[in-house]
Ligand binder design. Structure first.
Ligand code: NOJ
Length: 547
């Protein structure tokens, strides 16, 4: 490995990890859907940006009912995205550029088209194959009611009834997500053995780790009792209560097992939990020293632009993760969440994948939200630990709001009440070139979701080398972050107004004005600012000062 990423032990403690959503990053084939050769062709952009690692959302074989989180073969690339050779080429190119590579793994459920599920259906009642998933008899007359009251994250019951080969109505299978995403039965050792093989398949190909989907959902309460609290917030898993399927203690044995598997390998492979767990002190259990290495800090992601709340979540994160010896992570945007540029300026807090669309009343002003989004970014990138950057945020992309209903793709949109738009708005293909078809996303101009007409100004080539552009702000921030070892530092708060965040880390003073008025600027050499700064610090602005 060369240049950007440090080859040192435990690189993940301080890494900036860039999320690529392959469908929307770069399309080499021209069919309007991004692919692996497209990703490889644009890796230079990431090296130049100065990130340490790239995480790819799923590109495995999949019928794409949940944009690839419905996997029908964990050890092959969907032809839509390329081939295994393309995956190998991507890994090699990334490593050549000094970028580590993390792939997504989806162990809570497979696609219903996976051969394991098809075998379970074909093998019939009482067979060992059925026990790889969670089949149960229904309740009520003729078992016509679902076995319990659990709801799918995407809306509707979390159970679907099958018809047996002889035409008789059969049992129901559990799917916490789409009906085409049956949940595995992780109490069955067969399932754990298969996933060990999947981990090894990709680790043998040289990847540096995994992002683990729904890492708080694999263990279900024995007997599958009804949920007696609010069954679920849309988007899943936010609960501080004892719950029959979220955040159960039994899940930790799985992560200890996975840790052992990664430790069979040389290098420094990392496991990252997607775990919607609160409070953060509980989420920290996922990153105890014999479990996973990192967990996304969704507590931070869901915090509004409010100094008191922000300070509290930063303290809580450093304390909670620090107690177990893990780094805190910081994340503002991802493929399930309204882009933070837009989200932080909405008036009402929005659950993370409700989305925003043409009929939403809460549509922030774009210029204002961009200023705030940039300020939030500079705040995040100064915090000690590891940070995640979601593709396009380095371009300052706002949420795409005006996607017509007939162009939407997210299953959430189709199974939930009107006004729940889902996640398409943060998944729109990236603009690379202001003057090219599909803004350079695809050679033919095709795009699986429509790109807003206004996006030429966000295109990478409109911003590259332009002082003050969001792209250059990210590059400068990442450079300074590395040079000044901010990620390794210890954060100390300075006295400030209650609407202002003011801390020092590794000799850099970071001031973020979350009030509605300009505030006095402390002394120090200005290293970087998220917006114009004069004698005072304007609202929605963050500045880094050398002291
Ligand atoms: C979390 C993923 O981030 C999301 O996109 C997906 O729909 C669910 N898990 C189900 O796999």
């Amino acid at each position: 490995m060369s240049s950007n990423s440090s080859p040192s032990h435990e690189w993940w403690r301080t890494a900036v990890i860039y999320q690529v959503y392959p469908r929307s990053f770069a399309d080499s084939s021209g069919n309007g859907i991004g692919d692996l050769p497209g990703v490889t062709s644009r890796l230079d952009h990431l090296a130049a940006l100065g990130v340490d690692a790239v995480w790819l959302s799923p590109f495995y074989r999949s019928p794409q009912n949940d944009a690839g989180y419905d996997v029908s073969d964990y050890c092959d690339v969907d032809p839509m995205f390329g081939t295994l050779a393309d995956a190998d080429a991507l890994i090699a190119r990334a490593h050549h550029l000094g970028l580590r590579v993390i792939f997504d793994i989806v162990p809570n459920h497979s696609s219903s088209e996976h051969v394991w599920f098809q075998e379970a259906l074909a093998a019939g009642p009482g067979s060992p194959e059925r026990d790889h998933y969670i089949f149960r008899e229904g309740r009520g007359p003729n078992g016509a009611e679902p076995p319990n009251n659990w709801q799918s994250t995407f809306g509707g019951p979390a159970w679907t009834r099958i018809t047996e080969a002889d035409g008789t109505p059969g049992p129901w299978y559990l799917h916490l997500f789409d009906t085409t995403q049956p949940d595995f039965d992780w109490t069955n050792p067969w399932v754990a053995d298969r996933f060990d093989e999947v981990l090894r398949f990709w680790l043998d190909r040289g990847i540096d780790g995994f992002r683990i989907d729904v890492a708080h959902g694999l263990a279900k309460s024995p007997g599958l009792p009804d949920v007696d609290t609010d069954p679920m917030l849309i988007g899943g898993g936010w609960t501080t209560e004892e719950h029959p399927y979220w955040s159960r203690d039994d899940v930790h044995a799985i992560w200890r097992r996975w840790r052992h598997v990664t430790e069979e390998y040389d290098g420094d492979r990392a496991l990252v939990a997607e775990a919607w767990v609160l409070p953060l002190s509980k989420m920290a259990q996922w990153v105890r020293d014999d479990e996973l290495h990192q967990a996304f800090n969704f507590g931070y992601l869901m915090t509004p632009w409010d100094a008191k709340d922000m300070r509290a979540v930063i303290d809580d994160s450093l304390e909670s993760f620090g107690t177990v010896g893990a780094p805190s992570t910081w994340v503002l945007s991802n493929h399930d969440t309204i882009r933070h540029t837009t989200r932080l300026s909405t008036k009402a807090p929005l659950a993370h994948n409700i989305g925003i669309g043409p009929q939403s009343l809460d549509r922030p002003d774009e210029a204002h939200s961009i200023a705030r989004g940039r300020a939030a970014t500079l705040l995040m990138l100064a915090l000690p630990g590891s940070a995640y950057v979601y593709q396009g945020e380095e371009l300052g992309l706002p949420e795409a709001i005006d996607i017509p209903d007939d162009a939407r793709q997210d299953p959430t949109f189709f199974h939930t009440p009107a006004g729940v738009y889902g996640r398409d708005g943060c998944r729109v293909p990236l603009p690379w070139e202001s003057d090219a078809p599909a803004y350079g996303f695809s050679p033919t101009g095709a795009s699986w979701l429509p790109q807003p007409a206004s996006w030429a100004r966000y295109a990478a080539d409109s911003q590259r080398g332009v002082a003050g552009s969001t792209l250059e702000m990210y590059r400068e921030a990442l450079k300074l972050r590395r040079e000044r070892s901010l990620a390794h530092g210890t954060l100390g708060w300075n006295e400030s107004d209650s609407d202002v965040l003011d801390f020092t880390v590794s000799g850099v003073r970071v001031v973020s004005n979350m009030s509605d008025d300009p505030v006095a600027l402390p002394s120090g050499d200005r290293l970087l600012a998220s917006g114009p700064v004069g004698e005072s610090l304007p609202p929605d602005t963050t500045v880094w000062l050398a002291i």
